[in-house]
Design a protein around this ligand. Structure first.
Ligand code: PEP
Ligand code: MG
Length: 295
């Protein structure tokens, strides 16, 4: 039974057995966010902030704050999660990322931010200010240990103090969560859940690192399997750890846009999926038609 596209857009995503799944969009900026809401997104699960840094000159605090503020405004009170800078590996930025012998295992994501404090603090200050515009969640990419998260949260505290000293207004309500993209983070999800406000599983990287298969190398495509028993086992543990700690967990890798994989992830306990906005209708149509709770 096919529902009309217009009905589909406004119908909440509830499976045949009554399980609600929120369908969010992966976006790159305000215009994209507006478009995603028109396509029926319940909110924005991932803004990849590195797009701001690709232009050449580094964006200063005011420029970043204006951009993040526009993103929050465009989300119109819906949930929105902005990710701190995730450069390195497949995301090269001229003048910032260096040459490393093995960049996917190098100084990328949060590691890069912790090694470039000036850039990190500027970004965090801009995000805390943008939080005055509406509900905002911020997440750190490429976390690989509880210590990584603790260092990142300590940086947030320092930036809050810095802004207070400067006498500048900022939001005290911005929530800080993490991406689960390394097997180490997935395996420590129960401990990470005690400190993170939420989880977002990046299946692009989690698959790459779990299966030791480069996400951009066609020669190992057959080893790059985002629905493998190994990835699903990690995902189930992450979902259970988040549920036990009472925090939210979503999946924001490209594989969430595949209706069959979206269903597997939902059955593994994931209740929020973030994807390229044009895929939302197709994923919703599939989930409306399926039962999710098994056993
Ligand atoms: C991921 O790794 O699944 C993810 C969403 O992050 P990116 O694709 O930007 O590395
Ligand atoms: Mg990633």
């Amino acid at each position: 039974r096919r529902v009309s596209q217009e009905r589909l857009r406004t119908t909440p995503c509830v499976s045949r057995d009554g399980v609600s799944i929120s369908l969010l969009a992966n976006c790159s900026g305000p215009a994209d966010i507006t478009h995603a809401l028109e396509l029926g997104a319940d909110g924005v699960g991932l803004v990849r902030s590195e797009f701001l840094f690709l232009g050449g000159a580094l964006p200063d605090e005011a420029c970043q704050a204006a951009f993040y503020r526009d993103c929050v405004r465009a989300a119109r009170g819906r949930p929105i999660t902005i990710r701190t800078l995730d450069i390195g590996a497949d995301k090269e930025v001229a003048g910032l990322t260096g040459t490393e012998p093995n960049p996917a295992l190098g100084l990328r994501g949060l590691r890069f931010s912790l090694a470039h404090r000036d850039l990190f603090y500027t970004q965090l200050a801009a995000l805390l200010k943008a939080g005055l515009e509406g509900p905002l969640k911020v997440m750190f990419p490429m976390v690989a240990s509880v210590q990584d998260l603790e260092r990142a949260l300590a940086a947030v505290d320092e930036v809050r103090q810095m802004l207070s000293l400067r006498g500048e207004a900022f939001s005290k309500d911005v929530e800080f969560g993490i991406m689960i993209e390394t097997p180490a983070a997935a395996l420590m999800a129960d401990e990470l859940a005690a400190r993170a406000a939420f989880f977002s599983v990046g299946t692009n990287d989690l698959t790459q690192y779990t299966h030791a298969a480069d996400r951009v190398n066609p020669a190992v495509e057959q080893y790059y399997t985002p629905a493998s028993p190994a990835v699903l086992r990690l995902l189930r543990f992450v979902a259970r750890s988040a549920a036990d700690a009472g925090i939210g967990v979503s999946v924001c890798g490209e594989s969430a846009a595949d209706p069959a994989l979206a269903l597997l992830y939902a059955r593994a306990g994931i209740r929020s999926l973030s994807m390229a906005a044009p895929s939302i209708a197709e994923v919703k149509e599939r989930l409306l038609d399926e039962t999710i709770s098994i056993g």
